[in-house]
Design a protein around this ligand. Sequence first.
Ligand SMILES: [Zn+2]
Ligand SMILES: [Zn+2]
Length: 855
Amino acid sequence: MAETTDIPANPPEQRELRYDPQRIEEKWSARWQTDPKLYAAEPHGSKMKKFYVLEMLPYPSGELHMGHVRNYAIGDALARHMWMSGYNVLHPMGWDAFGLPAENAAIKNKVPPRKWTIQNIARMKAQMNRLGFAYDWSTEVTTCLPEYYKWNQWFFLKLYEKGLAYRKKSKVNWCPECATVLANEQVVEGCCWRHEETPVEQRELEQWFVRTTNYAEELLRDLDKLEGWPEKVRTMQRNWIGRSEGALVDFEIDGWGKKVTVFTTRIDTIYGATSIQLAPEHPLTAELAVADSDLQEKVEDLLREQRKAKESGDIGEIEKHGIFTGHYAVNPFNKEKVPVWVANYVLMDYGTGAIMSVPAHDERDFEFAQKYGIDIRVVILPRRTGEPPAEGEPDEPMLPYVNKDSMLINSGEFNELSNEEAIKKMTAYAEQHGFGKATVTYRLKDWGISRQRYWGTPIPMLYCEKCGVVPVPEDQLPVLLPDKVEITLQGGSPLGNVPEFVNATCPKCGGPARRETDTMDTFVDSSWYFYRYTNAKLSDRALDTATVDYWFPIDQYIGGVEHAILHLIYSRFWTKFMRDIGIVHNDEPVLRLFTQGMVIKDGAKMSKNKGNVVAPDDMIARFGADSTRMYSLFATSPDRELEWQDAGVEGVHRFLSRSYRFVMRNAGVGGSSAAGNGGQSATAELSPKARHIQRKLHQTIKRVTDDFQGRWHFNTCVAAVMEFMNELYAAEDEIAAGKFPAGILADAQRKFVLLIAPFAPYIAHELWEVLGEKKDLLRHPWPEYDPALAKEEETVYAVQVNGKLRGHISVPADSQEPFVRERALADEKVKASIEGKQIVRVIVVPGKLVNIVVK
Ligand SMILES: [Zn+2]
Ligand SMILES: [Zn+2]
């Protein structure tokens, strides 16, 4: 139907038919701002069922990007759906406000980091409000404010008290670009996580560490509980924690009076060990090299190669090099002397930094032994004890043979044991004889949290000449970050240049003390921020346990998969630590996690360098916030990468325009919902078109509801809602002619508005008002569907073969003849009765009968 037809609605002449998102969105945005309690949750004593929906808090760079918009559009749709489903919803937002870009901006633009950050927050908050995101700003958390970072310091003191924060000198990852230390988790393929092209260097520094490894076992084990997390994230964490079971075995260095401890997961192959390999950084390597300048030089080469391979992120692919040290080690099992080598493929941070090399049964050792002509001795056969070799099977397996479903040979008293038995017995033997034991190692390392930067939480520690390291007493928190600081990227922590900050009094002896000038890694801030949202104004505690008990765990957390390891391991660790000091009771912070796909443009990640950035403000100016948000959900399913197309946003805008015009024209038909009969008309009385609309409506409600509760394919939800609007348009002739039941139409329009409310809240609120609704749309009950009304109507056909009844088939009521014929011929009973016969013809009497003539 043409869209210029006369409008039967009342009063038509006054209605503006053109969809003007700017007018509508500004009107509602202004209205929403006047009610700060609009999105506030009920306090925790509420009888309502709670739902905590959370999107990862942004870094206040000053500008939202499309990745943010997508992330928040998903969370906002869910929050709105849950409000409409009757839940007490907590939907907060905050700012991960410490960090290096503020310092860089300070250097570049001469704006103090605090000022820059606060300005950016104001700007991004305005963008969020313009986009219509339903955040409860009364719970806003800004991590750079003393009322927040005071609690980082308090937690640090607790960690220190429990022996979970400690100081040690160690080789650390150093990004020359950031001019600071990076945690292992912040090194991505050998480069800085912020500077993807800057290789990370190693430096020796005195650092504060948090003992995350104390929780390695629990962090790993509890991954099994996280069924609401994407499997890929759980796998990434499992690999990162990297548990391996094995044994430590001591080899004496012959004639040296020292021993080297190797870590092996295959003690069953120890009789096949034909050399010992040390990491270039192993302390023994240095000792052996002291007396041998030639060796020392070569070790340095190996170390350089190893670092280079580490930096490029492919240590597994390193071309293997090594040097014989001239020394031998004694295998404690068979007293055999084997050469001690230093090799570039052995890492100091795996196991003990020393391995026994078993070339016959390990691929890397095999490659190395072949290259340097080291003995290769088979100690495992590919068959079980008592089994004869298969016919034609060679005496020895193809090497390297790494399988474990096999038995031992050439292994003294352990011959003919299976691998599993051998591992148990040989570990016990080593333990009995005092040269080894079973052990578990982890790839996970302790978390280095010291940063030589200004814009972060000061670490609340003091150094006194008399008393040594002294924690700042709790009642002196927060240690305030001074404002007047000259920021450079050279010469260590900028706080070191602020005498008022550095010079302090020792709380123990009253003498002079020096403050720690490093600040905390900003991942400390984000490890627990979501607890603070539940009681953001609390001034005497970090959090209120009863409130946290009510809200936690977070029901749905939404963010980028790039946080699968860093943030999501740290925050799991922090929760377990908080539980162990008795301030929370949950073991895990997040029940369900969703990682949305990236937003790209022209096949690449959006970046200023590539000039392919789409600015949310431009999209809002051209198409409105609703279209921008809805497009980011409609373009593809939220877990997939989204290739941004302006034409797609335009398409969504067209759909919203059509929807707007339809409701403006038809809002008055049948009056408000109170006057209409809400679609309760008996289906028998309805015209086919009205019944069709009713059925489509219930099908659409089912589809959207199911997706919210299941797979979150909002793209198909939005498509279904669009289809439904097309159906309404197709009925407009009948509506205009006054032949369409007013109750069905009123019901369809109301529910259509309810269905789009989570995706396009502005237009939904506007149309809700146009429909004469007085109650608040935000908390209006989500529409329910009636399965009976959603069901497709079926017609039963009798199927005859040569005039004799052979069966019945049931097909959708509007099925066409070829489909009915095909289904009749596919019926099992019919197939049996025409088997081997020739079909002459098939007659379909619509709605009644299929007759198959055969001979
Ligand atoms: Zn960097
Ligand atoms: Zn002192």
